[in-house]
Structures are given as C-alpha cells and as structure tokens.
Unconditional design. Structure first.
Length: 133
C-alpha cells in the first residue's frame, strides 16, 4: 500500500507539471505572430505605389508590433492608410484587429524622390490579439 501511495503521489505531481507545461505552450503559441500572415493583411490595406512607398520596416515579436517607415505624396495618404488599418477586421472578427498610429509626418524636400514623395514618416502598428495585458 505504501508503494502504491508513493506512485499515486508521483502521478499527481506529474499531472500538475504536465498541465503547467501545456498551459505555457498554449500561451506561447497564441502570443506568436505569424508575420507573413500579418504582412499579407497589411499589404491589402496599403495605397498604390504611386501614392506611397515603404522605405523600411521593423517587426517586433515582443509587443506584437511593427514600424513602417514611408514616403508619400502627402500627409492625407498616410492618415487615410492609418484609418484603413484601424478599421480592418478579418472575416468573423468584430473586435479591432490592428491599432495604427502615424508618427513624425514631415513634409520636406526629399532628395531622391523630391517631386513625387515629399512627405516622410512612419506608421506604428500593433496586432491587438497578440498584445498581452
């Protein structure tokens, strides 16, 4: 009986550990950003290249966010893009999916594309379903 009690105690302990491992794995999986899927969604929301060009992009797993540096024909193109990103909902989802903000929009004489893309700045995007807390 003593041996059976020890085995049952060990099994109970292992089940508890197993449950914690499974819970941690699920949290990790749901927090991971599949960047190719997110980029596909965002590309559909971007204006034509005649209105805006992307000059740099950084993606951060922590915080589920990205920073998109850009140049555009004017400030309104960027603001309209931010609005489209904010309003985006994947099929079957009613909650806001992305949170987008325009940062550092500056109209300047851009030496490379000065005539066509005088506005530069960035759009910061968070994937709300992946942000913890």
């Amino acid at each position: 009986k003593v041996a059976i009690a020890k085995i049952e105690k060990s099994l109970k302990s292992l089940r508890s550990i197993d449950s914690k491992v499974i819970q941690t794995a699920k949290q990790f999986e749901t927090g991971q950003v599949v960047w190719l899927d997110e980029l596909t969604r965002l590309c559909r929301l971007m204006p034509e290249h005649t209105e805006m060009v992307l000059t740099d992009m950084d993606m951060y797993q922590k915080g589920a966010r990205m920073s998109i540096k850009l140049e555009s024909v004017n400030r309104n193109v960027v603001l309209e893009t931010v609005d489209r990103i904010d309003k985006f909902r994947p099929p079957g989802i009613e909650e806001q999916y992305f949170d987008a903000k325009a940062n550092s929009l500056v109209v300047k004489e851009n030496k490379r594309r000065k005539k066509h893309y005088p506005t530069s700045g960035s759009i910061e995007v968070k994937i709300l379903s992946k942000v913890k807390g």
